[in-house]
Design a protein around this ligand. Sequence first.
Ligand SMILES: [Zn+2]
Length: 243
Amino acid sequence: MKEPYYTSSTCRLCQSEKLERAVSLGLSPVSEKYVNRDELGEPGVMVPLDLYFCSNCSHVQLVDVVEPEYLWSDYTFRTGDNPALIEHFSDYASRVHTFANLNETDLIIDVGSNDGTLLKSWQRKGFRNVLGVDPAIDIGAEANAAGVETLIGFLNQAIAEKILEQHGRAKLITANNVYAHCDDLIGMTQAIRSVLDPDGLFTFEASYLLDIVEKDLIGTIFHEHLSYHSVISLQSYFLRQDM
Ligand SMILES: [Zn+2]
């Protein structure tokens, strides 16, 4: 079987090749990737888990990338299974609502919307024009069945154009954790930019590098998390993306 990962030679944010290995955790099985009973005796897939530092823009990242289709298409994690996350996203929507200038008819998009937990919080606030984008086929279908319209796929330019055609521009785009999960971050950010209203707001939430270092949050380092964001590297990144 072909190894389900590839190794990138350039920084995810600035495309520089000035990458230095900062922390090596060796080879590790892919988390959240479960096997069937009849596969229990087979050797599992092992993928390098090394953190690299970009000496050009300071971004900390994994360069060994598990194939997104392998990792996400039969993803089993459901946000709505976790009561703490339901509460967190309800609180998140309330906090964003206080500083986002939104009308109830405005389009709100959640990238990596999973089962629609965050968008349901917006629906409960009276916002009906919500749209999710997520590559997990079964979970996306459940979200659709539960009344949260969800496009199945990775947010890229093709899906952005489909959204513009069918829904118009969004006043709010959220991308939680997915902003640490995505390898083609420049492509996804450009897709977000092209769908976002000029007066719109983009918010995202991901593990923060300073917390990981100061609190020794080693457990947050695994293959799903490709980026370990910091304000320094993101500031110059968003300026380059005209955001
Ligand atoms: Zn860089």
